[in-house]
Design a protein around this ligand. Structure first.
Ligand SMILES: C[S@@+](CC[C@H](N)C(=O)[O-])C[C@H]1O[C@@H](n2cnc3c(N)ncnc32)[C@H](O)[C@@H]1O
Length: 273
């Protein structure tokens, strides 16, 4: 992929191909082709210190699919996907539409490759849209036409914050951000999230992993299970609560070792009236 190029849409985008980016590193680790050499090198650096990293990104993506399936089965037909990433296997609208062909999905990301690919993919999709907005600015996200014209906030909405909060240090107030999205949603809405945690990783592995992400615009922040559970403030976590990610509604039995090696926690919560 060349830098500063048009991706076949009617808009030109400027891409920072000199610096690795979490969206493109994630794409590479999932086997995608929308990444640069700097992304692949940084991803390999992170995977060298966290041997289960490649498995962890798949564990995360599988959780996203299970959470969306769960939500749509609860009757949710509107999704606000914060930090949605580069389109890849199991996009939210694809999973949701297996159960509800008119489920609406507003994707939000601010990485140009992610936004451009998603817009190209969804060009003819009347029930999906892509907002190119920083998720740390909820007022702008909620007022963007791609969100405001697609989602009806008088009815329940599922907010997805999957593998995104660990890119927001405390001084960027991720809890305040989530509260703003929560307060825009009516009772019966949901929050689904996943987050990196130190489960089996040593302090040295964490430090080396963070060094790889320090080259990107988004630092990697590890939080404890308790801190991650705190992101559900105002929501009531559904069974089994905040848990090691492979243990959330698994489709097949998960060994203790596999559950821990992903170093991820997450869950789904409902907003009660
Ligand atoms: C690891 S990917 C997760 C993608 C998807 N949520 C998933 O779990 O499969 C994180 C995404 O968050 C996006 N992102 C990071 N910081 C962001 C911000 N402040 N505003 C919008 N998107 C952001 C990145 O561009 C990237 O696409």
């Amino acid at each position: 992929m060349a830098d500063d190029r048009d991706f076949g849409t009617d808009e030109f985008v400027t891409i920072d191909g000199q610096r690795p980016n979490s969206a493109r590193m994630y794409d590479y680790l999932l086997g995608g082709a929308s990444n640069f050499a700097v992304d692949r090198e940084a991803a390999r650096q992170a995977a060298a210190v966290f041997p289960h990293f490649r498995i962890a990104v798949r564990v995360n993506r599988e959780f996203l699919g299970r959470a969306v399936t769960y939500l749509v089965r609860q009757g949710i037909d509107q999704f606000l996907d914060l930090g949605s990433g580069i389109p890849t296997v199991g996009n939210v609208h694809e999973v949701a539409r297996r159960h509800n062909p008119t489920a609406r999905v507003a994707y939000v990301d601010n990485e140009p490759v992610a936004v451009t690919h998603a817009r190209t993919l969804l060009r003819d999709d009347a029930y999906s849209a892509v907002a190119d907005v920083d998720i740390r600015d909820p007022a702008r996200v909620l007022a963007s036409p791609q969100v405001a014209e697609l989602l009806d906030f008088s009815r329940p909405v599922a907010v997805l914050a999957v593998a995104i909060l660990h890119f927001l240090p405390d001084d960027q107030d991720p809890s305040g951000m989530l509260a703003a999205y929560r307060d825009a949603c009516p009772a019966g809405s949901y929050l689904a999230l996943s987050h990196g945690a130190q489960v089996t990783l040593t302090d040295q592995q964490i430090a080396d992993f963070q060094a790889a992400y320090a080259r990107t615009p988004t630092p990697a922040v590890f939080r404890t299970e308790t801190e991650i559970a705190g992101f559900f403030a105002g929501y009531e976590p559904v069974d089994p609560g905040v848990t090691l990610l492979p243990r959330w509604h698994p489709e097949q039995p998960v060994s203790e070792r596999d559950a821990r090696e992903a170093n991820l926690y997450g869950g789904v919560g409902i907003l009660r009236g």
